[in-house]
Design a protein around this ligand. Structure first.
Ligand SMILES: N[C@@H](CCC(=O)N[C@@H](CS)C(=O)NCC(=O)O)C(=O)O
Length: 198
């Protein structure tokens, strides 16, 4: 059975928990205690030398990085509805995975680390960039329900947690009505699973 190494309050881990739940994939969850530094222990560094969660273990296969895990799950279970294989559609979904790992991670993610976990970051810059990120998503969603392909894909799952958790970084979502509607659509997906703050 697949094993997910994760921690409860991580949006990156939540992307994977949500995908596993939406695809109804049976799996085991192993909690890693970041507060006590378990992710930097010798045992865990053998699983992920970066000392980060999430990590998915599938037999001898170890995959780190939430975006990579979303790709792995959808290809392994041949869910082309969640990750289309046609060139343009796939590239457009990948654009959002990259956006989640870069633009969202260096803005909304950082603001939340500061306000939710008390970490010392330049929160003003992070919030300012976060608002630009939200505006880009909101504008993109003005004439569609989903980020790409007229249906839910891993693009939505990759971007969703840290956008939904933006208020924990003291970035309000009210100015972005299309994002609020998109969040509602995601919450109505069969098999949807939540986490604290969403
Ligand atoms: N690119 C990775 C980032 C993973 C990541 O930043 N994980 C955080 C929890 S959300 C973590 O393990 N932080 C501990 C650390 O970096 O020391 C992904 O998308 O999964």
């Amino acid at each position: 059975m697949m094993k997910l190494y994760h921690t409860e309050l991580s949006g990156n881990c939540h992307k994977v928990r949500l995908m596993l739940s939406l695809l109804q994939i049976e799996h085991e969850r192993v909690l890693i205690d970041l507060a006590s530094g378990e992710h930097k222990s010798a045992n865990f560094l053998e699983i992920n030398p970066l000392g980060q969660v999430p990590v998915l273990m599938d037999g001898d296969t170890l995959i780190r990085d939430s975006q990579a895990i979303l790709v792995y799950l959808t290809r392994k279970y041949e869910r082309e509805d969640w990750l289309p294989l046609e060139a343009e559609s796939m590239a457009k979904v990948m654009q959002w995975l990259s956006f989640a790992a870069n633009e969202i991670n260096t803005s909304l993610f950082i603001a939340r680390l500061h306000f939710r976990f008390g970490m010392d970051f330049d929160w003003e810059t992070a919030q300012q960039k976060g608002k630009q990120v939200l505006q880009i998503i909101d504008t993109h969603l003005q004439d569609r329900n989903w980020l790409e392909c007229n249906s839910a894909t891993i693009a939505d799952i990759a971007c969703y947690p840290y956008v939904g958790l933006a208020p924990e970084g003291k970035v309000a979502l009210e100015p972005y009505p299309n994002i609020l509607a998109w969040i509602d659509h995601i919450k109505q997906l069969p098999g949807y699973e939540t986490m604290p703050g969403l």
